[in-house]
Design a binder for this molecule. Sequence first.
Ligand code: AMP
Ligand code: TRP
Length: 337
Amino acid sequence: MQRPRVLSGVQPTGALHLGNWLGAIRNWVDLQSSHDTFVCVVDLHAITVPHDPTRLVDDTRTTAALYLACGMDPAQCSVFVQSDIAAHSELCWLLNCITPLNWLERMIQFKEKATKQGDNVSVGLLDYPVLMAADILLYDADLVPVGEDQKQHLELARDIAQQRINARFGHDNKPILKVPEPMILKEGARVMSLTDGRSKMSKSDPNEASRITLLDPPELITKKIKRAKTDPERGLEFNNPDRPETDNLLGLYAILSGRGRDAVAKECAEMGWGQFKPLLTEATVEALKPIQARHQELMADPSELDQVLAAGRDRAQTVASATLERVRTAMGFSART
Ligand code: AMP
Ligand code: TRP
């Protein structure tokens, strides 16, 4: 029997941070042995906001290398670059023509990003969730492991598949596209900013002190945690809505130290920040050490990564072309031979 399929991706915009790892990539790593897993670097998404063309290729490779460094094993999964597979752009166009404009206008992430960009908002930014739907639907994905912020985009992908493609163009109850399920794990699904516990850690925050990236050296991690926002209370606790920073830092410590929430809640119940911050720093530095070492190895010798991405591209191509052909045929285009 075929294993259930997983598809996910991260944009190669700036360095990946703890939120990307704990909210998304860590879950892919856990799924790869039991699921047929495809993970891509979504470089076409990265150009929906102003980007630097001289950095796109390097950022894409670094992101792919980080997937491997975080534990994605090319013997068990397929790692590829989104723009290597032209079917993503092509399916996006087909889906564009059947997706109502007002579905896109109500996307929270679009509204947030558009506000930041004033009058320089591209059509691509609005269309971003349709491209994401194409990414997912091309691979007949059963499961899409992402952080909490992507939930609305996944619902859109489900609605497009179900209501706009299957219901309109399918025959005899035979679905054309598989309707995917989101997979959002509670722990780590929303890592918050170090400078504001009420907003999420994000690559686009202009303040670099707000995030710890996977490639930050130990000195920088120490500095960022030392400066992280806290509160004047003594004793650390989870789930106090008036102490979002405490909840976030304690949550990070629970995951990064591998000790879990119960143990950490007990350990830190009476602690002050002066005692806690060095513990969190050490846990973070230790957790990132093997990732950084492996990343460095992969970047030093391009051939291994080249091979992984070529193999991933070939597998992705086979699956994606078959799905695209199904949609094309259903929408009335003649078969490509
Ligand atoms: P992005 O950085 O927008 O390309 O996001 C890539 C993946 O990381 C997606 O699955 C996001 O949901 C996840 N992610 C991004 N930021 C966070 C965060 N602060 N906490 C948890 N997950 C996140
Ligand atoms: N929009 C996602 C994010 O920023 C990235 C993404 C693009 C994605 N295509 C995807 C995630 C397909 C999962 C599946 O986080």
